[in-house]
Design a protein around this ligand. Structure first.
Ligand code: GDP
Ligand code: IMO
Ligand code: MG
Length: 419
């Protein structure tokens, strides 16, 4: 069992980047398996904050190999910007980062289509990050995609032109103006940069390394409630964000999976449209947003905030086979007199035991727990956490049946408590 999976159990932004970076020392390889530049994974060390979109969050550890797997969709323009902002020179990063030849490319036309589709939806828009994710995965599944391995062939530009022609003809159906040339320039510069990296069938590499006893950490993007099958469809992303996605997105057998670390915030947030039963549209929600700096890492949009949702958490634990829970942003709840937790839903006057497939409204039923006042960011020893926080954690463990083995008390790598 040489591959562990770390993924989000809510609507994304649970703190995956921070925790992947914090636990990377225990692994040899860190691999992204789905999503694309819609992700924004923040991590902090030495008082500097980094936000990663495509590159796995193990990149700042010089002795680790990072892999962008076949399940990811790559925008070369975003890749270039990200590589340039990382710090280490390209010559050094080349030895730390390998890209799957089977990963699909996000083409400039995909970004335009994403914007055109969203624009045409008006009030029913998903709230996409507009990075071209939906159209890129649509072309992948429709067997019309262009893959990273293709950029190494001499006929790549012709292939690109064919795809662009199709996208431009689709765009004619939408009342939508755009300037393609500017984006195309950066995109092709990104292609040139991608060519400098090792592009290969990473499924062989990962399996070979596993058979040699190396440890892989698969890093999820988005969250379970944004999964294309099990999330609040259609208000979801276009990939499988769940643990099964790690197998298809990297080419590994489920038999090789060991731990499934499920990350959740001590409360909930969501960015974009879609159901959010425990959302607080009041001062308490504003306080959470201000204290937790809840603004999107990719788009800067304010995140919707609300109390912890146990039915959704239990659902995510079930779908993913979570073996350990990691709780982040515990420090943000310091100072709340009362902490509410949604323990069940009601619909039409009776208990609703399942997450409705059609997003029909549910009413959260809350339990109230006493809060704590202490600033906990400096605490590194679980035993020293406020009693009421420990009771809150115990309550979550009792409700879900899974142990909370890590508690994050701040954004920095060091602000992490392992039990
Ligand atoms: P990701 O997409 O799951 O990697 O999460 P994001 O990086 O988009 O959002 C999480 C935000 O919370 C980032 O700004 C992190 O720096 C920050 N963060 C992560 N863990 C903690 C924590 O325990 N406490 C606080 N206060 N901030 C945290
Ligand atoms: P990380 O990895 C939070 C949301 C968008 C939108 C929906 C579809 O940082 O947790 P898309 O761009 O995929 O077409 O958007 O999903 N979304 C995220 N929300 N964190 C993310 O990633 C997200 N990636 C997409 O806001 O509602
Ligand atoms: Mg994020």
């Amino acid at each position: 069992m040489n591959i562990d999976i770390l993924l989000g159990l809510q609507w994304g932004d649970e703190g995956k980047g921070k925790i992947v970076d914090a636990i990377s020392p225990g692994y040899d390889i860190i691999a992204r398996f789905q999503g694309g530049p819609n992700a924004g994974h923040s991590l902090e060390f030495n008082n500097v904050k980094h936000v990663l979109h495509l590159i796995p969050s193990g990149i700042f550890h010089p002795d680790k190999l990072n892999i962008i797997g076949n399940g990811v969709v790559i925008d070369p323009a975003v890749f270039k910007k990200e590589i340039e902002n990382l710090g280490p020179p390209v010559s050094e990063l080349i030895s730390r980062l390998i890209i799957s030849a089977r990963a699909n490319l996000i083409l400039p036309g995909h970004r335009l289509l994403d914007a055109a589709y969203e624009h045409s939806k008006g009030n029913t828009k998903i709230g996409s990050t507009l990075k071209g994710i939906g159209p890129a995965y649509t072309d992948k599944v429709g067997r019309n995609g262009l893959r990273v391995g293709e950029i190494l062939g001499s006929g790549f530009k012709e292939l690109y032109d064919c795809h662009l022609k199709v996208h431009l003809s689709l765009l004619k159906n939408y009342d939508f103006s755009f300037d393609l040339k500017e984006y195309e320039k950066g995109w092709f510069e990104g292609i040139d940069l991608l060519r400098k990296f090792t592009i290969k069938n990473t499924e062989y590499l990962i399996n070979e390394l596993i058979s040699k006893g190396k440890k892989v950490l698969a890093e999820g993007a988005q969250g379970t409630m944004l999964d294309v099958d099990f999330g609040s469809y259609p208000f979801v992303t276009s990939s499988n964000t769940i643990s099964a996605g790690a197998c298809t997105g990297l080419g590994i057998s489920p038999k090789k999976v060991g731990e499934v670390f499920g990350i959740f915030k001590a409360y909930c947030t969501r960015v974009g449209s879609g159901p959010f039963p425990t959302e607080l549209k009041d001062k308490t929600g504003d306080t959470m947003r201000d204290t937790g700096h809840e603004f999107g890492s990719t788009t800067g949009r304010p995140r919707r905030c609300g109390w912890l949702d146990i039915p959704a958490l239990k659902y995510a634990i079930m779908i993913n086979g979570v073996t350990q829970l990691f709780m982040t942003k515990s420090d943000v709840l310091s100072g709340f007199e009362i902490i509410k937790v949604c323990t069940s839903y009601r619909a039409d006057g009776s208990e609703c035991r399942e997450i409705p497939f059609d997003n029909s409204p549910v009413e959260p039923v809350y339990m109230e727990l006493p809060g704590w006042k202490e600033n906990i960011s400096g605490i590194r020893d679980y035993g020293k956490l406020p009693e009421n926080l420990k009771k809150y954690i115990k309550f979550i463990e009792d409700q879900t049946g899974i142990s909370v083995t890590m508690v994050s008390v701040g954004p920095d790598r060091e602000e992490t408590i392992f039990r």
